[in-house]
Design a binder for this molecule. Structure first.
Ligand SMILES: [Cu+2]
Length: 172
């Protein structure tokens, strides 16, 4: 078989490495595709802007309106503010096997939200509302961590996510 790279590259060793790097890109594409389908892992893609310096003046992200809300269809919306160095409210309680939509805004710099052991992860970019919808299939206490370095207190930026059995779920 004629190597299609032969016309642009004379050195067989160089061609070999071009093929190896192309194969690596294909393998990575297949792995990403597999996890997107099998584990429902998708990059969050909500584009909704907000003035991060005036979160407290908005209705949705005012301090009194943060936390868990039940929608008419039974799903939940969790409104969170990420700010150096914590998530507000600091403890969230949601029922197991229930669709939860997180809406998160940063009050200052770039933050991240990651809940180890689940598929919940997103960046929280100042000026935008991050939205992630997921379902937690196992009860338990999870840490909700900041995974984007945001300053000297970044290490202590985390809060609690508690997934409770269905009947006991509700407002936190
Ligand atoms: Cu951080």
């Amino acid at each position: 078989m004629v190597d299609p790279l032969k016309s642009i590259c004379e050195d067989p060793l160089e061609r070999k490495w071009v093929w190896i790097s192309l194969a690596m890109a294909v393998v990575m594409g297949v792995v990403l595709g597999y996890y997107a389908v099998a584990s429902n892992l998708h990059p969050p893609s909500n584009v909704e802007t907000i003035d991060s310096s005036r979160l407290h003046l908005t209705e949705e992200f005012a301090e009194d309106n943060l936390g868990v809300k039940t929608n008419p269809d039974g799903s939940l919306t969790v409104t969170l503010v990420a700010a150096r160095y914590g998530f507000y409210p600091p403890r969230i309680e949601v029922p197991v096997d229930t669709q939860v939509t997180f809406r998160i805004a940063s009050a200052d710099v770039l933050h991240g939200v990651h809940v180890p052991g689940t598929n919940m992860t997103t960046m929280v970019v100042p000026g935008y509302i991050s939205e992630v919808t997921t379902t937690f299939p196992r009860t338990g206490e999870y840490s909700l961590l900041c995974n984007e370095y945001c300053g000297l207190g970044h290490d202590s930026m985390w809060s609690r996510l508690v997934v409770v059995p269905k009947a006991a779920g509700g407002q936190s």
